[in-house]
Design a protein around this ligand. Structure first.
Ligand code: HEC
Ligand code: HEC
Ligand code: HEC
Ligand code: HEC
Ligand code: HEC
Ligand code: HEC
Ligand code: HEC
Ligand code: HEC
Ligand code: HEC
Length: 425
């Protein structure tokens, strides 16, 4: 029997009537009418919340998940003989949601682009495995991540699975030491993630290309399809680093030692902005954990860092000279824009560092060093031109001054000339 057709699922499918059908909600829904008036938040709350639920918008009602008969005004509508299942728990929830969401033909009538593999994926996740193996209802089911009665698509900012909100949704359990205690799993993922460059980009910067929990762990599965291990997921976004790293000595060695790939150096949840200080054997360098200046890894670390540092200072020196020339009114905009390309080479060099081969870094930096050198020369020659022009200006000013002086002397001479001339007194 298929994994997703468990005993509970069979019961739910039987009582709810197997394949789903579209049951139009008429205005006299007695479930709604009676529950709205009940003096209890757990009993009346669902009615109010459900008004904004995507399922209400699609025309579904209480009975589509709970069963029963909505046309009966009294509590008799909740008779199990009429298919009423009460509030589903554990595996029943998976069966209730999966009745529609695993039925591709049914779902296509509403939204042809919606995936229909959530249940299948769910059973591959740790949550699903634990629920199936031990009937453990402390794990997440569909209804824990998608607040039932208030279900909205992930694109809706009010959804519990809206990307900036996902970390809090997972955190409801994963931050809770009492809940996670029996599993011996730390409860610091959300806290650490909240300090990461990814959180900053996503939540503060509104950059939805930055990951939250489900981007690395999968929405419904343990890891996205095709990936054997969640640590490999970094490369889906950081492709260049992953490619370089994949071919490096570290990739094999770390895998053999059971080290978590990228996360060995960057951590998994608290990933901070990377800087040159991570590289080398100085304070804050990650390489010092395993290498020293007496091994090949250590000397490679220092060589790569020295190459990157040189380019950084060469770019800086060229930028200062070009700035000086620009301030003095010289035309150096072409050289300044060239210098941007040498900054790209710096980025390529930092990425190439992930091959952990000093030659690859030297090669990636080379075009940048060449540009920095020519930019510096252009800046220096602009300043040289400026000096020449200034010398020319000084020389012409001096000539003019001498001429003026000569003129003044001449005028005086002419003025005083006749007084001395004979016959005037
Ligand atoms: C006349 C009022 C009335 C009607 C009509 C009614 N309910 Fe209820 N319902 C209640 C009350 C009262 C309770 C709490 C007492 C109990 O569990 O029987 C309840 C409980 C429930 C529960 C919680 C059960 C649990 O296991 O915790 C669900 C779910 C529910 N109703 C759904 C429905 C659905 C679906 C319909 C329509 C088919 C419906 N109700 C019709 C009054 C009503
Ligand atoms: C999309 C499926 C779905 C629909 C539609 C739905 N419910 Fe529920 N409902 C659930 C699930 C799942 C639970 C179990 C909640 C949980 O485990 O947190 C639940 C729980 C409940 C409970 C018990 C709440 C508690 O805290 O014990 C009540 C009462 C209830 N629903 C009433 C309703 C009413 C009334 C409607 C119609 C307005 C409705 N539901 C529509 C899925 C649904
Ligand atoms: C009676 C069939 C049915 C049941 C039962 C059902 N759904 Fe749905 N659900 C749908 C349909 C149809 C849509 C698409 C509506 C649309 O796009 O207009 C949908 C949409 C959704 C969406 C939004 C998808 C998106 O991103 O657009 C989520 C999330 C969802 N359902 C979760 C659940 C969960 C969780 C349960 C169980 C608690 C559940 N559904 C039970 C039929 C059902
Ligand atoms: C551990 C939390 C979690 C559980 C458990 C979970 N979901 Fe989801 N689900 C998500 C997240 C997060 C997204 C949003 C993905 C995104 O950003 O596009 C999502 C998206 C969806 C969607 C939109 C389409 C898609 O696949 O992206 C549907 C439909 C859905 N879930 C149904 C279900 C059903 C049915 C179950 C139970 C079998 C379930 N979910 C269990 C977290 C969960
Ligand atoms: C309803 C509570 C609950 C929610 C919500 C929840 N989880 Fe869990 N999760 C658990 C429990 C309990 C376990 C322990 C299961 C086990 O180890 O057998 C677990 C286990 C895990 C594990 C496996 C840990 C390990 O290595 O043993 C991962 C990964 C995980 N959850 C990620 C998530 C993500 C990501 C989300 C949000 C999208 C989420 N969880 C939402 C309760 C929850
Ligand atoms: C950038 C990717 C990424 C993000 C974002 C992420 N994780 Fe993880 N997570 C990992 C990696 C990598 C591991 C280590 C897996 C291993 O060692 O097998 C891990 C491990 C875990 C574990 C196992 C216990 C542990 O701490 O080692 C849990 C539980 C977990 N993550 C939950 C979460 C939750 C909850 C969030 C959101 C608050 C989240 N993760 C965000 C990549 C990520
Ligand atoms: C869903 C895409 C995605 C995934 C998956 C992802 N990242 Fe990122 N990462 C980003 C984005 C977007 C940024 C922010 C870039 C920026 O600074 O603007 C970022 C930033 C970073 C930075 C900081 C870069 C800098 O400029 O200093 C590091 C380091 C990093 N990620 C490492 C990782 C690691 C390690 C993993 C896997 C555990 C991972 N990322 C998974 C998208 C992703
Ligand atoms: C052995 C340690 C180590 C491993 C493994 C590692 N990195 Fe790095 N990573 C570094 C160091 C050191 C830097 C800083 C380089 C610099 O700025 O000079 C860095 C920088 C980065 C940056 C920022 C680059 C930039 O432009 O500033 C990203 C993004 C990144 N790494 C992602 C990854 C990904 C993805 C993986 C796995 C495929 C990975 N790293 C594996 C050590 C490592
Ligand atoms: C978690 C431990 C660890 C960290 C951190 C680490 N390495 Fe390594 N490194 C190793 C191991 C183990 C080897 C493999 C030695 C072997 O196979 O002989 C290795 C090999 C290397 C090699 C190949 C040496 C050779 O024999 O050709 C280079 C280069 C290297 N590392 C550079 C670095 C740099 C640069 C950093 C910092 C960005 C770094 N490593 C961080 C453990 C580490």
């Amino acid at each position: 029997m298929n994994r997703n057709v468990t005993a509970a699922a069979v019961v739910v499918a039987l009582v709810l009537g197997g394949a789903p059908e579209v049951l139009a909600q008429d205005s006299s829904d007695m479930c709604v009418e009676c529950h709205r008036a009940l003096d209890s938040e757990p009993l009346a709350g669902p009615v109010g919340h459900f008004e904004a639920d995507i399922h209400a918008a699609a025309g579904f009602g209480c009975v589509d998940c709970h069963g029963g008969d909505a046309s009966i005004a009294g509590p008799g509508g909740m008779d199990p003989a009429l298919g009423f299942i009460g509030a589903p728990r554990g595996e029943e929830v998976i069966a209730v949601c999966g009745r529609c969401h695993s039925d591709g033909e049914f779902m296509r009538q509403f939204n042809p682009s919606l995936r229909v593999d959530q249940v299948a994926e769910y059973w591959t996740s740790r949550h699903g495995q634990r629920l199936a193996a031990a009937g453990d209802t402390a794990v997440a089911t569909c209804a824990d991540c998608h607040a039932p009665h208030g279900i909205r698509p992930a694109s809706d900012p009010k959804s519990t699975v809206y990307p900036p909100t996902v970390a809090s949704t997972c955190g409801r359990c994963h931050d809770d030491a009492a809940r996670m205690g029996p599993y011996d799993i730390p409860v610091d993922q959300h806290e650490n993630y909240a300090r990461s460059v990814h959180h900053e980009a996503l939540v503060e910067g509104g950059d939805h290309s930055a990951p939250t929990c489900n981007d690395c762990h999968g929405n419904h599965g343990a890891a996205p399809p095709g990936l054997s291990w969640v640590g490999n997921v970094c490369g889906q976004c950081h492709a260049v680093m992953a490619e370089q790293y994949g071919e490096s000595r570290h990739a094999q060695t770390f895998a053999a030692l059971g080290m978590p790939g990228c996360a060995t150096c960057h951590s998994n949840h608290e990933i901070r902005e990377a800087g040159d200080s991570l590289l080398g054997l100085g304070d804050g360098a990650v390489c010092t954990t395993c290498h020293s200046d007496s091994d090949r890894g250590g000397s490679a670390a220092m060589a790569m860092r020295a190459g990157i540092d040189s380019l950084v200072s060469e770019i800086e020196a060229a930028a200062i000279v070009l700035h000086e020339a620009e301030q003095a009114g010289m035309e150096v905009s072409a050289a300044q824009s060239d210098l941007t390309d040498s900054r790209s080479a710096l980025i390529m060099g930092r990425a190439a560092m992930h091959s952990f081969s000093p030659d690859a870094v030297t090669e990636a930096l080379a075009p940048g060093r060449e540009i920095a050198r020519t930019s510096l020369e252009e800046g220096q020659s602009a300043l040289q031109d400026l000096r020449v022009r200034r010398m020319g200006l000084i020389a012409s000013v001096a000539v003019i001054l001498i001429l003026i002086l000569a003129l003044v002397l001449k005028v005086r001479q002419i003025e005083s000339g006749p007084a001395d001339s004979p016959g005037r007194a």
